[in-house]
Design a binder for this molecule. Structure first.
Ligand code: FDA
Length: 499
């Protein structure tokens, strides 16, 4: 029997969860949000909420004794990672065979650690990926709503052209131009007015101080400052942190009970709570939501869940690569961590790639152009429930990543050929020129219209909803959080109206 009861329970506090909590709260529905990470509101002994990227401490990663940064080396040297003490830090790297997934942990989920790039997908590709969703409603109503609520803005082009902080981007643009490739400005949720003040020495530096993957102390409009702040403001929403939802079961009366472990900062389970709810909204991200539903199905707690739970997962075709520039093409010691431009070759039907021009702020000149490429990789992974570890394991092979590498390589071979440049071998380990073993963009696992109906209602579990990136079938062609936010806006509007 549940000890607590709430009309609506939301698991997680990333994009899908935050939208859902706000709209439930506005509708007057008392809502409890459970987040396994901490609330990032109390400064450490250095007076800062988050630690510096270049000097990571316990706050950087989720229960690790050594950091696991995406770029592990420089000149083949293990100079990037640091020993730390275990703590509920803000960035997690979830390791599966042949694929690691980076995710944010804390109130705000991925918004605490991501690059803030707020990209609306190409309409034709959106319709291809999610054909059951009315694209007109998305592009007329829900994408604009999401962008407005997220506080999306764009770098001032005149400042961009003149500032030392985006020299690295202008160099990559020049090389794309030389190759006949189109580049495009990309909006962001980082406050560019704040960034200009940072550059002018009028504000404390954050994006201009290398901060991003372990959190931004200033400037970024993360969800705790937008959707979640508004949700709390309704007076109907409560957030409980350091609560990890573990199990879901259905009561004879059709309500649900969620078992959640409350952990302390050492990771010790200090209490186990049973929380009853009438409606359950899963926003634990592609990995978290899929694991909860897979476990519920395989343990027999929710036996009627669809066989599609755990399928349709993809990396959004993510692959990272770096080029070595000529000595005269300096990228600058000073680099903003917020990407503002992409090479947009998505309309090249023979090899569609959207490559974000990524910073590598090391504080010295390194002549490196870094990119996060999003490729159209049709490969999909499947999650299996592993009873021995009570967790979801991902079936994904290196060959499935190779598809992304091949597509990215075709584009960057062209750029290298035209500019007489080469790849860097020293950054990703094993002399690799492409980082094909991690993704920032996990998508799918509980795909819309398959594991759920067209609005995220979970098949076989009436009253349970998926709200997050698990709904998107493995690829969206651009950075995904605007899509996840807009879909969640669309789905909760329907659910509030009908359910
Ligand atoms: P999200 O992952 O945001 O939130 C899930 C939350 O649920 C987390 O807070 C987690 O701790 C919590 N949770 C999980 N399991 C739980 C459980 N069992 N119980 C309780 N809580 C649980 N995207 C983009 O559009 N532009 C960009 O620039 C970038 N850049 C980028 C950089 C980096 C380093 C990363 C890691 C990611 C990005 N992304 C990105 C991706 C983007 O952040 C991502 O797509 C979204 O955060 C996904 O939103 P969701 O709502 O699906 O879940």
């Amino acid at each position: 029997q549940a000890t607590d009861h709430t009309p609506a329970l939301v698991i997680g506090s990333g994009y899908g969860a935050a939208v859902t909590a706000l709209r439930l709260g506005e509708a007057g529905v008392p809502t409890l949000v459970l987040e396994m990470g901490r609330l990032w509101d109390t400064p450490g002994s250095d007076g800062k909420l988050f630690c510096a990227t270049g000097a990571p401490d316990h706050r950087s990663m989720w229960f690790r004794t050594r950091t696991e940064a995406p770029l592990a080396q420089f000149l083949w040297l293990d100079v990037v990672n640091r020993d730390i003490s275990a703590y509920p830090g803000v960035l997690d790297r979830v390791r599966f065979d042949h694929m690691s997934v980076y995710v944010g942990r804390g109130v705000g989920g991925g918004s605490l650690v991501n690059g803030g790039m707020a990209v609306t997908p190409q309409r034709a590709y959106f319709s291809e990926v999610l054909p059951a969703v009315d694209a007109a409603a998305m592009y007329d109503t829900y994408f604009p709503r999401a962008r407005q609520m997220l506080g999306v803005n764009t770098v001032n082009p005149a400042w961009f052209e003149s500032t030392e902080w985006y020299r690295f981007t202008r160099i990559s643009r020049k090389h794309a131009d030389n190759t006949g490739l189109r580049t495009t400005f990309v909006p962001n949720v980082y406050d560019f007015g704040y960034m200009e003040r940072e550059a002018a020495g009028q504000a404390v530096k954050s994006a201009l101080a290398g901060e991003v993957i372990y959190g931004n102390n200033h400037g970024k409009r993360s969800l705790d400052r937008t959707y979640l702040a508004a949700a709390l403001g309704t007076g109907n929403v409560t957030i409980e942190t350091l609560h990890r939802a573990r199990a879901i079961r259905r009561q004879p009366d059709g309500t649900y009970v969620v078992t959640a472990d409350r952990i302390d900062p050492a990771g010790t389970v200090v209490a186990t709570r049973e929380i009853g709810c009438t409606r359950l909204f899963l926003g634990a991200g592609s990995l978290g939501t899929t694991e909860l539903l897979l476990r519920a199905r395989e343990s027999g707690a929710l036996p009627d869940l669809s066989a599609d739970i755990g399928t349709g997962w993809g990396t959004n075709g993510n692959v990272m690569t770096a080029r070595a520039n000529h000595v005269w093409d300096t990228v600058g010691a000073n680099q903003s961590t917020m990407p503002v431009m992409g090479i947009d070759d998505w309309s090249n039907t023979a090899n569609p790639v959207f490559a974000e021009i990524a910073p590598l702020p090391m504080g010295f000149e390194h002549w490196i152009s870094l990119y996060l490429a999003i490729t159209r990789n049709p490969e999909r992974g499947t999650f299996r429930y592993d009873a021995a570890t009570d967790s979801a394991r991902l079936d994904w092979t290196q060959a499935q990543s190779q598809v992304s590498v091949d597509a990215a390589k075709k584009l960057f071979d062209r750029i290298n050929l035209r500019n007489a440049t080469i790849y860097r071998y020293d950054l990703f380990g094993g002399n690799k020129t492409f980082a094909d073993d991690f993704t920032y963009h996990p998508l799918g696992g509980c795909v819309l219209g398959r594991a759920t109906d067209a609005y995220g209602r979970v098949r076989g579990a009436p009253g349970v909803y998926v709200t997050d990136g698990a709904l998107v079938p493995g690829s969206i062609g651009v950075n995904p959080f605007v899509t996840i936010t807009a879909l969640a806006e669309r789905n909760i509007e329907r659910v509030l109206a009908e359910d």
